[in-house]
Ligand binder design. Structure first.
Ligand SMILES: Cc1ncc(COP(=O)(O)O)c(C=O)c1O
Length: 458
């Protein structure tokens, strides 16, 4: 393998190696299926420690460039069709540090367990699992989810009220269509929020009403004053600010729901990961007839599964099934049976335990590195999920931030770019840490400090 490591660069050798290999894969000089030397061999060739090579390989596997299997050498993976391949896109080099990755580390997916439950599903499932079925999903999975969500999130439900969806984005689409079919017109949203949420609301013909968020979560007083028909919120870990809805506001919100008959869509997209802080209870538990609860395997397992769930009040269950049918005729059956087995066998919760330990380490390593490289910044919000929010000591121009980041091959997003009317200045950054190995966090934080300095903010 032609690589050229420069010991004088202030860049860890593993990062240099990973970058050069990913550039070669993207250029096509290392093609799909090509094998790379075993880590020991390459380390000898390059005159570096084996740890340098294994760290680079593990980063490339996490990013989807390499397939790593036990007892065999790494192979170049098939690049997804969205991966840059045209000449124009090739001009944008692979980022050295990517804080915009908010998805889990795919290297942590327990493939052996997953293979076991997929095989089990194929072996034991009756033929009907291959047929059109109840559009709400396979009964095994809906039963498993009722138990799992009741046990871990206090969600009050029954199998008839659960709709298995293609990720929580589809759950939110279905929830919005349900709201529209029940006569809702105006839906309160957190501002800032994920763009996909505004899109889901508009797609259903509903009008978004923007409500500001502060350190205690959404301003429930302003929400109530707007008197919308419904609200769509991320109360346990507001995206992207990281705020956790305070107890006082939770009580006010439940009071508002009960008093006005309004509906709430609770997007609980990353609640399974909390690091040393107690789980935040759901609002669904407090008002199961007023709340539609959306969850997903995208943060806990793999977003590519496109597996999510929506728990609706009993009165909306049939209508929700009809909407799901009209969207796609129901989610694929075999994967549902497999995932049900993963949950009921305990393998899913074992995976969650392992992943939680790993992500906690990564978050703590990043926090420590940020405290060292950017001592005047402050981490804000709840300690959960796969991202943290960093408050800068002074605002930076978002255009200057983007330009400096691209020069340094860093990808990073400002909280303020998620506002309904995006601000010109960034006061906070959203930093995804799930794919940032602790050995890279010092380099990542130092790169961010350089970017901020170049952008005129630190
Ligand atoms: C606020 C929010 N909701 C939901 C999701 C998950 O979407 P899905 O489950 O469709 O992958 C995300 C993903 O990043 C998110 O940020």
């Amino acid at each position: 393998v032609l690589v050229d490591l420069d010991r004088d660069l202030p860049l860890p050798l593993s990062v240099q190696l990973a970058t050069q290999l990913s550039d070669a894969i993207r250029r096509g000089s290392l093609r799909e299926g090509a094998t790379l030397p075993a880590s020991r061999t390459l380390a000898l060739q390059l005159g570096v420690s084996r740890g340098v090579v294994t760290a680079a390989y593990s980063q490339l596997s996490t990013q989807g460039y390499l397939v790593m299997q036990q007892r065999s050498v790494p192979r170049v993976a098939a690049l997804p069709s969205t991966a840059p391949s045209t000449e124009r896109e090739e001009a944008a080099p692979t980022p050295l540090v990517d804080f915009t990755m908010l998805s889990p580390d795919l290297g942590l997916v327990p493939r052996r367990d997953w293979r076991r439950v997929l095989e089990h599903a194929i072996r034991v499932s009756p033929a009907q699992v291959l047929d059109y079925g109840d559009p709400r999903g396979q009964l095994e999975l809906r039963e498993a989810l009722v138990d799992f969500l009741g046990r871990t999130r206090g969600v009050v439900s029954s199998p008839s009220r659960v709709i298995v969806c293609q990720g929580s984005l589809q759950s939110l689409d279905i929830a919005c269509q349900l709201l529209a079919s029940r006569g809702a017109a105006r839906v309160a949203l957190e501002d800032p929020c994920a763009a996909e949420i505004r899109t889901a609301v508009r797609r259903a013909g509903l009008r978004p009403v923007q409500i500001p968020v502060d350190a205690e979560g959404i301003r429930v007083d302003l929400l109530a004053a707007e008197a919308p028909d419904a609200a769509l919120l991320t109360p346990a870990h507001q995206f992207p600010t990281g705020s956790v809805l305070s107890e006082r506001r939770r009580a006010d919100l439940v009071d508002w729901l009960v008093r006005t008959g309004a509906q709430l869509v609770e997007d609980d997209y990353d609640a399974e990961f909390r690091y040393g802080t107690p789980a935040v209870p759901t609002l669904q538990e407090k008002a199961p007839d007023r709340v539609m609860y959306a969850g997903s395997a995208s943060k806990t397992f793999a977003p590519g599964l496109r597996l999510g769930w929506l728990v609706v009040p009993e009165s909306a269950a049939d209508a929700a099934g009809r909407i799901k049918w009209s969207l796609d005729g129901g989610s694929p059956g075999l994967e549902q049976v497999a995932f049900a087995r993963l949950v009921t066998s305990g393998a899913f919760e074992r995976h969650l335990l392992r992943a939680r330990v790993e992500y906690r380490k990564r978050r703590e390593a990043l926090e420590a590195a940020l405290a060292g490289a950017l001592p005047r910044t402050r981490v804000e919000g709840g300690t959960g999920g796969l991202h943290l929010t960093l408050r800068l000591d002074r605002p930076v121009d978002i255009g200057a931030l983007d330009a400096a980041a691209s020069r340094q091959r860093v990808r990073v997003q400002a909280v303020e770019s998620f506002l309904h009317e995006p601000a010109k200045r960034a006061e906070r950054l959203v930093l995804g840490f799930a794919r940032l190995h602790p050995s890279s966090s010092a380099h990542a934080a130092a790169s961010l400090a350089t970017v901020l300095q170049l952008a005129g903010g630190a």
